[in-house]
Design a protein around this ligand. Sequence first.
Ligand SMILES: Nc1ncnc2c1ncn2[C@@H]1O[C@H](COP(=O)(O)OP(=O)(O)OP(=O)(O)O)[C@@H](O)[C@H]1O
Ligand SMILES: [Mg+2]
Length: 580
Amino acid sequence: MVIFRYLGIMWHASRQRSLLFFALLVLSSLTEGIGLVLLVPLLGTLQEVQSQPTGIVAYIIEGLTFVGVPITLTGLLGAFLALNLLRAVIVYFQTLVSERFRLEVLDGLRTRSFDAILESRWDWVVAQKRSDLSSLLITEVNRIGGALVQSVRLIISLISIGVYVVVAFTLSPVMAAIATVLGGLIFFLMRHQHQVAHRHGMLLSQANKNVQQTVEEGLSGLKLVKILRSENRSSAMMKAIRAKLRGRTLQFAKLNAAMGLIFQIAIALVLVAMLYTGIEVLELELPVLLILIVIFARLSPQIRLVQTQINGLQHTEAVMDNYHDLTREAGKVSEPVLQGNDCEPITLGKSIKLSNVSYSYKTRDARSLNDVSLEIPFRKTTAIMGTSGAGKSTLADILMGLLAPETGTVSVDGHALDAESRLNWRKSVAYMPQDVFLFHDTIRNNLLWADQSASEDDLEAALKKASAEFVYALPEGIETIVGDAGQRLSGGEKQRIALARALLQKPQLLILDEATSALDLANEARIREMIETLHAELTVVIIGHRLPALENADQLIVLESGTVKASGTWESVVQELPSD
Ligand SMILES: Nc1ncnc2c1ncn2[C@@H]1O[C@H](COP(=O)(O)OP(=O)(O)OP(=O)(O)O)[C@@H](O)[C@H]1O
Ligand SMILES: [Mg+2]
């Protein structure tokens, strides 16, 4: 049963809190049960002929007399009031405890899935659908949170049903037995509906995901859609996908309503049968009959609640499966980065060497790098050239230790990188891609990602080296917020800030992957100049299409279809190349 999985999550999160929560739950139900039974002698005082209390009523009267409560109307009312006050206080604490617990459990789930993705290997991340990950982290975790509330409510309902049934049994075993058997029968007959609900849950979950994906794509492709004047198409796509979601949601609502209908009818039949038996066959006393009716009246909405809760839970079981599968999958390919955050960066002294490195992406059969061997010498500038799709960016990812080669080795100063040292090496490399990423934050905070402890002077020096002094001329200077992914800045401005961030990292190796593509000639020249001045301090790899940008490199490597076509000094390679 799915409820046990949710209970398992809670139990796993904190045994102490789970126990506290259940203790409070049992206490509140117990006070309610005793309160109900108290009504029997209370109503009994109305009768002229006082009947001798039996069973549980007798015990409770004995207990009351023991603590000195007189068995009069006032005494009983006082006890009833005290009991209800006690219950109100218990319920108050129970609500607080369960809400705090739920939020903790939910945060735990969120953290677990986000950390699992953070720690997972890059090759796994690039093979995932982006919207699957975001819907896991946002929508699905929220739905699991909702289901946690439902399972808590379900338990509350189940416990109070239990208490009602026990009280009913002590008052009239025959009546209680009839009600239990008939109630159980109804529940059993509606069991099939729960499976239907589960299936609906999966469909609904899929529809939700599609909506999420369409929204995300619609937003990131908004500029394209506007340029293509395809607003109609985008709107129609959104409408269609929403219509599907609406249909599925409605179907689920219909299923629930139909179950409600059947249930109401069944309950009315049971009530009639019970009243008839109680009055005609068993000839029960009025107070007992009244309390049984009260119990039954309270019981039936609870049972209905249990039904809908179970339905809702079945509904989220698919979501939960998905959550666990994805988190587990991410966990299987994890790099233990969160524990060893204070790793020592590796210093470079001689060279980085690739020996017979091959790599292919999971979603593609052909090799993106094929038997690549090369050497990047210390404090020299190496240019990597090649046509689009030649494997340059893949090579960069391997060089910086983001991807592990499928075969072959990457070694730094003669030490081959393994899973662990690859993580340390990554810390020593700064990478500047063509489409740089900036956080929606101030320029200062974007820079501080590279080095938390950088001083004002460090920031200024890095910005200056990266030709990004324009930052200080902005109205809010270095405190300017760059917008979502830096969209309030021009491409070239973003690149220069990202370069400053890369320099602030004080890397052993700086990789520029077509990093100056968005710059005008003047700024590109300045950056080239900067690289020239860094020449003596830093090992640089420049990736590009355009020859002029690579002209001053000490070494030129030409990639073609994943293999090294030529390498050597600029002059020697250019002579070999066809002149185009
Ligand atoms: N995430 C990925 N999944 C599958 N295939 C990929 C992935 N990334 C790159 N490829 C493929 O690997 C090959 C090399 O790609 P890579 O990005 O390294 O080329 P590149 O030389 O950097 O090209 P460009 O100059 O266009 O940036 C290409 O055929 C590309 O289609
Ligand atoms: Mg590339």
